[in-house]
Design a protein around this ligand. Structure first.
Ligand code: AMP
Ligand code: ZN
Length: 144
């Protein structure tokens, strides 16, 4: 996509600090790091979210996430990190090209877990919740 920041980074039209690259994926340092070594991994092809990705590209993306995770673990001498995707504006996605954040963590760094991004659970019974999710699954099946 011509006006996408991360497409431009993947195409080297905009400079970045490349951490790793293959034919399908590109990993670079986040310009506003949450911790030392904070890296972003993107597919070279433009997708907004994982829902749109074909499964092969998804496999390539997560193979790169694994490689970069190992690399960061070696570099900073610790396998601790948060690995996550902000999907959609309500979830904090600012750049509309899917990307996986790898945020290295250290003991006593005062950060939280991924679950700490929100605490909006309304107390609904979990069997009711799972029924609703299953009903969507059946609705989609009937559409096929
Ligand atoms: P998100 O909120 O998940 O969309 O995160 C987008 C991330 O991209 C943020 O953490 C930004 O700091 C990062 N970012 C934005 N522009 C650049 C850039 N030119 N180079 C590297 N990282 C960037
Ligand atoms: Zn893009």
């Amino acid at each position: 996509m011509s006006d996408c920041l991360f497409c431009k980074i993947a195409n080297k039209e905009i400079p970045s600090h490349c951490v790793a690259e293959d034919d399908y994926s590109y990993a670079f340092l986040d310009i506003n790091p949450s911790s030392l070594g904070h890296t972003v991994v993107i597919p070279k092809k433009h997708y907004f979210s994982i829902s749109e990705m074909d499964e092969q590209d998804l496999g390539f993306l997560f193979a790169m996430v694994k490689r970069v995770g190992l690399l960061l673990g070696e570099t900073f001498d610790s396998p601790n990190m948060n690995i996550g995707i902000n999907q959609g504006s309500c979830a904090g996605q600012e750049v509309g090209h899917i990307h996986v954040h790898l945020i290295p963590r250290k003991a006593n760094d005062e950060g939280g877990s991924i679950q700490s991004v929100v605490a909006s659970y309304n107390g609904e019974d979990l069997s009711e919740t799972v029924e609703r999710i299953r009903a969507s699954k059946n609705k989609n099946k009937n559409k096929e």
